[in-house]
Design a protein around this ligand. Structure first.
Ligand code: AMP
Length: 279
C-alpha cells in the first residue's frame, strides 16, 4: 500500500490509473479504524480495481471542541490495518492541504439536515458535505462507500452527489457490530468500562422496538425504548425517532408494506453513540 499526503501526488497517481482504465473505489474515514471501516474497504476491493481510503479528522464537522480534541488518532496502526486489508492507497492529508483557505460554502439539503444529527449537531452536515465534496474532487472515484451506521450521513451524501452532478456511485454498507450488538465506532474505545459493559442495551432495545412496533403505536415504542435506556446509570437518550426511510421525517405509523427507520443517539457518560434499525 502506498501512503500519500499531498493532493498533487494523489492526482497524478489517479490520472495514471484512469489512463489504464482502472475503476477507483473510495472509502473516506476519520481513522481509528475498526472492522466497520474495513468492511467498506473489502466491499470496495471486491467492486473496483483500485481502492483508496482517506484518513482525515475533519475539524469543521465537529460541533464540540472536546470531541475533536479527544478523537482517537492511531495513524500507524490504521495504516497497518489498511495495508493488511489490501487497500491500495491511503490518503492522509494535513488540514492545510484540504483547507488552504477557510471554507464558507453552504449546501441546501431541505428538511433532511433539520432533524436528528443535523438538529442536535449544528453545522455537522455542512462540514461533512464540504469535506466529502473536496475529497471527491481530489480523488474522482467511480464509487464511494459509506456505512449505514451513519444513515443520515449516507442520505446527505446521496443528496450532495445529486445536487452537484458528481459522477460517483454511492454505496451504503451494513452496520458491523460487536458481539453484544453495540455498533462499532471509533468512539467506543473512549467509553468508561462500565458504560461499555452496558452499551449492548442500545441494540437490545432497538430489536425490542422492532417487535413492539408491530402492535403498538409509534409514541409508545419511542417512550419504551427511551425509558429502558435512560434507566441505565450514566445513559441518556438524546433522541429516538421513527421516520420515513428516505426523508427521515417523523411518521405517526408505518404504512403497510413500507419500511421505516428508527434512529437513536445516546450519551453514555460523555461519549455520544448513534445507531439505527430498519422496521
Ligand atoms: P468515520 O471514520 O466515523 O467517519 O466513518 C467512516 C465510514 O465508516 C463512514 O461511512 C461510517 O458510516 C462507516 N462506519 C463507521 N462505523 C461503522 C460500522 N460499525 N459499520 C459499518 N460502517 C461503519
Amino acid at each position: 500500500m502506498e501512503t500519500i499526503k499531498y493532493i498533487d501526488k494523489i492526482r497524478e497517481k489517479i490520472k495514471n490509473y484512469n489512463k489504464q482504465g482502472k475503476k477507483i473505489g473510495f472509502v473516506p474515514t476519520m481513522g481509528a479504524l475498526h472492522d466497520g471501516h474495513l468492511s467498506l474497504i473489502r466491499q470496495s476491493l471486491a467492486e473496483n480495481d483500485i481502492t483508496v481510503a482517506s484518513i482525515f479528522v475533519n475539524p469543521i464537522q465537529f460541533n464540540n471542541n472536546e470531541d475533536l480534541k479527544n478523537y482517537p488518532r492511531p495513524v500507524e496502526s490504521d495504516l497497518k490495518k489498511l495495508g493488511q486489508a489490501g487497500c491500495d492507497i491511503a490518503f492522509i492529508p494535513d488540514e492545510n492541504e484540504i483547507y488552504p483557505v477557510p471554507e464558507n460554502r453552504t449546501f441546501d439539503f431541505g428538511q433532511l439536515d433539520k432533524v436528528m444529527e443535523g438538529k442536535h449537531r449544528p453545522g455537522h452536515f455542512t462540514g461533512v458535505a464540504t469535506v466529502v465534496n473536496r475529497l471527491f474532487r481530489i480523488i474522482e472515484p467511480h464509487r464511494a462507500y459509506f456505512g449505514e451506521k451513519d444513515y443520515q450521513q449516507l442520505l446527505i451524501i446521496k443528496s450532495l452527489v445529486k445536487q452537484l452532478n458528481l459522477p460517483v456511485g454511492i454505496t451504503g454498507c451494513p452496520i458491523v457490530r460487536e458481539a453484544d450488538g453495540l455498533a462499532m465506532s471509533s468512539r467506543n474505545a473512549l467509553l468508561e468500562p462500565v458504560h461499555r459493559k452496558n452499551a449492548g442495551i442500545i441494540r437490545k432495545s432497538l430489536l425490542e422496538a422492532a417487535e413492539m412496533i408491530k402492535n403498538e403505536p409509534v409514541p409508545y415504542v419511542i417512550k419504551a425504548v427511551t425509558d429502558e435506556i435512560n434507566k441505565v446509570p450514566g445513559f441518556r437518550v438524546e433522541y429516538f425517532e421513527i421516520a420515513d426511510i428516505n426523508t427521515l421525517q417523523n411518521i405517526d405509523k408505518i404504512a403497510h408494506g413500507e419500511t421505516a427507520i428508527g434512529c437513536i443517539a445516546v450519551f453514555a457518560g460523555k461519549i455520544r453513540l448513534i445507531d439505527n434499525i430498519k422496521f
